[in-house]
Ligand binder design. Structure first.
Ligand code: PLP
Length: 391
């Protein structure tokens, strides 16, 4: 039985463009540059030139100001950690030199990915306060709420562009402006937004942003950290000084070349994919909404422009996510209950808790995330299997 894969927010299959770009690097004896991109000789220089070409293409696709603002990492978890902790340390040093003594704080939302939330332990150990900005029942963080949560001692604000579980899209440019007006740096986790909504780092005007190749048809193991020029930053991963001293470690040229191809493809395909996915999302929300025990997870109509076009998130009263996921898997359908990271745990997701969804209901969370290759027939097959599973 061939699976119908509807868990594209967890990860995506490799796209054709990325597979093609990486293929020569995977063949023993091929002419693709295997060198260390930091070596001075010609073999190294060829790898360097492939690396820099990938950097320029990623910068263009994300509409950064300059290629050297793009830092390659191993995953978005690393990008998130590096951005928040690295900028907190950089901004702290700058504030100290300016004669300020704090106590300094970092502000984020309660519905961030764990890759952001879990930095709180390290930040607290480093002496920073960790604070939350309120969200509404749809997960939205308003500029006014952010203005209330920050003060002159806020060093870094981190609010995601779009949520991975329920799909809430945040007003990134406005939130960034509020942070800057208060003198704070702004980081955006844009992992789920990439390829689903238009992205322009220039227009957002953020200081740092995180992306992950495997969420957009690229290989696993490649993340992107955007760091705007002159952003105060202390390298989170010090060492040999690669990536302009901002992220040491020999670069994974093959993976990075594949990531660049996938990101370019995702950005080029975004308008058509978003339109197709939105039509499938809205139709599925409508059909699921007609089932009595199914409750949409956000307190407003999630079939709107304020939510990612590819995510459907509902709670099924009287069911546990894991039971539903396994029931659907037996019928050849792959979905998740909240994020992949949280699956395996019986606790309701922190995102639904922050949205005010009652605990018993949140335990029946189900997320369908539509990928570039999914079709309306597959959504129909999901619906039929779902109805059968809950009957
Ligand atoms: N941020 C968000 C919003 C995500 O959805 C994910 C992955 O689920 C990550 C960060 C972490 O990405 P990676 O798997 O590349 O570490």
């Amino acid at each position: 039985m061939q699976s119908i894969y509807l868990d594209n927010a967890a990860t995506t299959p490799l796209c054709e463009a990325a597979a093609k770009a990486m293929a020569p690097y995977m063949q023993a004896g091929s002419a693709a540059p295997f060198g260390n991109a930091n070596s001075l000789h010609s073999v190294g220089r060829r790898a360097f030139s492939a690396l820099e070409d990938a950097r320029a293409r990623v910068a263009r696709a994300l509409r950064a100001h300059r290629p050297d603002e793009i830092v390659f990492t191993a995953c978005a978890t690393e990008s998130d950690n590096s951005a928040i902790v690295g900028m907190a340390l950089g901004a702290h040093e700058k504030a100290r030199l300016a004669g300020k003594h704090g106590p300094f704080n970092i502000v984020t939302s309660r519905i961030e990915h764990e890759a952001v939330l879990e930095t709180q332990h390290m930040l607290r150990a480093l002496g920073f306060e960790f604070r939350f900005v309120d969200n509404d029942a749809s997960g939205r963080v308003t500029p006014d709420a952010l203005a209330r949560a920050i003060d002159e001692n806020t060093l870094v604000v981190s609010v995601m562009a779009a949520n991975n579980e329920v799909g809430t899209i945040q007003p990134t440019a406005e939130l960034c402006r509020v942070a800057h007006e208060a003198g704070a740096l702004f980081h955006v986790d844009a992992v789920q937004a990439l390829g689903k909504v238009p992205i322009s780092l220039k227009d957002w005007n953020v200081d740092a942003a995180s992306f992950s190749a495997h969420k957009v048809g690229g290989p696993k193991g490649v993340g992107v950290l955007y760091l705007a020029a002159k952003t105060p930053y202390v390298a989170y991963m010090p060492g040999g000084g690669q990536e302009g001293g901002r992220r040491s470690g020999t670069q994974n040229v093959c993976g990075i070349v594949g990531a660049a191809a996938a990101i370019e493809f995702a950005v080029a395909e975004q308008p058509a994919y978003a339109q197709r996915a939105r039509a499938m999302r809205d139709a599925l929300y409508e059909r699921l909404g007609a089932i009595k025990r199914v409750v949409p997870s956000v307190g407003v109509p999630a079939a709107s422009e304020d939510f990612l076009p590819n995510i459907v998130n509902v709670c099924v009263r009287g069911f546990e996510s894991q039971t539903l996921i396994l029931q659907l898997d037996m019928r050849g359908i792959c979905v998740s209950g909240g994020s992949a990271c949280a699956s395996g745990s019986l606790d309701p997701s922190h995102v639904l808790s922050a949205l005010g969804v009652e605990r018993a209901l949140a335990q029946g969370e189900l997320r369908v995330s539509i990928g570039v290759e999914n079709t309306p027939d597959e959504i129909d097959a999901f619906y039929d299997a779902f109805v059968e599973a809950i009957s």
